[in-house]
Design a binder for this molecule. Structure first.
Ligand code: NAG
Ligand code: NAG
Ligand code: NAG
Ligand code: NAG
Length: 474
């Protein structure tokens, strides 16, 4: 598989450049028009020649957000939206059922999306027993966001009031796709049972999802008729997915969107993130704070600060081995470092430690998740030592992130145990993923740098060499 898409593209480019020199511009346009039927690239984009991209890069300006909330939850949940909303760069609305009353008119309104009041949906039937008919109103956030008539839109992006977006990574992820084509991008639940119960082919709403402009326009036109047909479904996301299915469009999965259908300590899923930029987190109020000894919100803000320093690298996992003490070091950049007291094979380090509990109690099926897992030892002394991110900063053109033990367990530890480490300092280059790296992600490598092991462990992250193995020493 050496003939990659990119080499095809560069061949195509050089053909194009030759053509520019030998043809009149009319000839070029004719050539492009005629070739468009067998070209994998849409003509409109080829005409906008420029660098690596075939049209102007997608940016926040091209996105319109629709956030589903209600007057009761908004006063609290807006704190999450405030973390990621950029008032002068983002467009869209937060949709409430009724206007906020006098006491809750916010003084911070300028930091938040404008409030839109949802249309009345009482004419639609809702027949899922015990469910919430607000699902209809929330599904209509899609058509009511399209009806805001914003111009120059490439993507509509939807989420709940407790969906935290990592905006730069959202843009990066969407720019992999041609916004002129009908795309529906999101993710399933992590919980097998949730998918089984609702649908494996649905984008779960809390994880956030994106619909390309032409598809959203079409969907908005037909949504109400779908709402009539799908009165028997539970949620808004089931209604959207069903209606898109009727339009013949299925989900394109992106693993940076996170529904977070679990409870307890989400450490495992944040320590072992897929090789894709982090796009969303959800359900923070239903999970333990992602950093110990902080409130849910402060903990999310703490992570968000690191994400602002190096968005593409946040939660990206690198693994290296220390030969002297036989440690295995797994870094989830900007979040935490796990140090195993022994050497562990790479595929086992890349499994998610089961630190969390199922979203719902019940039978064994609830404990099944849609990723590889490893045991989380009941005895804290039998687990890898966890260092949580303390701070991140720039040092010249490098980032430095510092990790410390936040929860010191009362374990007997011998000389050479990672429990003796006071802090871990990780040096890295700021990541700037280009389109090829987005299409073929590759894990980076790390080295244990000369360190005074019992005070400070220094690690450097870098690109791996072409044929380098992230290999456990024998
Ligand atoms: C607040 O309540 C008063 C009296 O009910 C009303 O006259 C006023 O318009 C309200 N203001 C807002 C901003 O809702
Ligand atoms: C958007 O455009 C439609 C059709 O032109 C119009 O009916 C509607 O009132 C417009 N909405 C807004 C918010 O301007
Ligand atoms: C970082 O470490 C310093 C010094 O130990 C401590 O005072 C501070 O509270 C830590 N901050 C966080 C966010 O953990
Ligand atoms: C730690 O464990 C030892 C031995 O079990 C015990 O004597 C000591 O009180 C414990 N210390 C704390 C802070 O729990």
């Amino acid at each position: 598989m050496k003939i990659s898409q990119s080499s095809f593209k560069s061949q195509f480019n050089s053909r194009l450049i030759n053509l520019i020199f030998i043809s009149s511009s009319l000839g070029l346009i004719l050539y492009l028009l005629l070739s468009s039927s067998f070209s994998p690239l849409p003509t409109s984009r080829i005409l906008l020649l420029g660098g690596d991209e075939f049209s102007s890069p997608t940016s926040l300006d091209h996105i319109v957000f629709g956030i589903a909330s209600n007057a009761k939850s908004w006063p609290k949940r807006k704190e999450y939206v405030k973390m990621w909303w950029k008032p002068d760069q983002m467009r869209g609305c937060v949709f409430l059922d009724v206007p906020l009353n006098n006491q809750t008119v916010p003084s911070d309104a300028s930091l938040l999306p404008p409030v839109c009041i949802s249309d009345d949906t009482s004419r639609f039937r809702y027949t899922w027993r015990g469910g919430l008919r607000s699902a209809i109103r929330v599904a209509r956030v899609v058509s009511e966001t399209v009806a805001l008539n914003h111009s120059n839109v490439r993507w509509f992006v939807f989420g709940d009031d407790d969906t935290v977006f990592f905006a730069e990574n959202l843009v990066k992820t969407l720019s992999k796709y041609d916004h002129d084509l009908p795309y529906f991008i999101g993710s399933s639940s992590e919980s097998f049972v949730q998918n089984r119960y609702f649908s494996f082919s649905m984008a779960f709403g809390g994880a956030g999802f994106a619909i390309s402009y032409p598809l959203a326009r079409t969907l908005a036109k037909v949504l109400d008729s779908c709402l009539e047909r799908y009165h028997h479904l539970y949620g808004s996301d089931g209604r959207i997915s069903s209606c898109l299915a009727e339009l013949g469009v299925g989900i394109t999965r992106e693993s940076g969107f996170h529904q977070m259908d679990m409870s307890g300590d989400p450490f495992g899923v944040l320590a072992v993130h897929p090789m894709a930029p982090l796009v969303t987190l959800h359900h923070a109020d239903y999970l333990d704070p992602i950093f110990p000894d902080m409130t849910n919100r402060d903990a999310m803000r703490h992570l968000y600060k690191a994400a602002e320093l190096d968005p593409h690298r946040i939660l990206q996992q690198t693994v290296c081995y220390d030969r002297w003490f036989s440690w295995t070091i797994s870094i989830s950049w900007g979040y935490a470092v796990e140090v195993f007291g022994t050497h562990v094979l790479l595929p086992d380090v890349l499994r998610v430690p089961a630190t969390f509990r199922p979203w719902r109690k019940g039978n064994l099926l609830n404990t099944l998740f849609s990723f590889d897992m490893r045991e989380h030892n009941k005895d804290p002394c039998g687990r890898p030592v966890v260092f949580h991110m303390n701070t991140t900063f720039l040092d010249g053109d490098q980032t430095v992130s510092i990790y410390k033990i936040k929860k010191r367990e009362n374990c007997t530890s011998n000389l050479g145990s990672p429990r003796g480490i006071e802090m871990i300092r990780v040096h890295a280059q700021k990541l700037n993923l280009n389109k090829k790296q987005m299409l073929t992600p590759r894990r980076q490598c790390c080295d244990v740098l000369p360190s005074s092991f019992h005070e400070r462990l220094e690690i450097g992250i870098r690109e791996c060499h072409e044929d380098e193995l992230i290999q456990m020493p024998r």
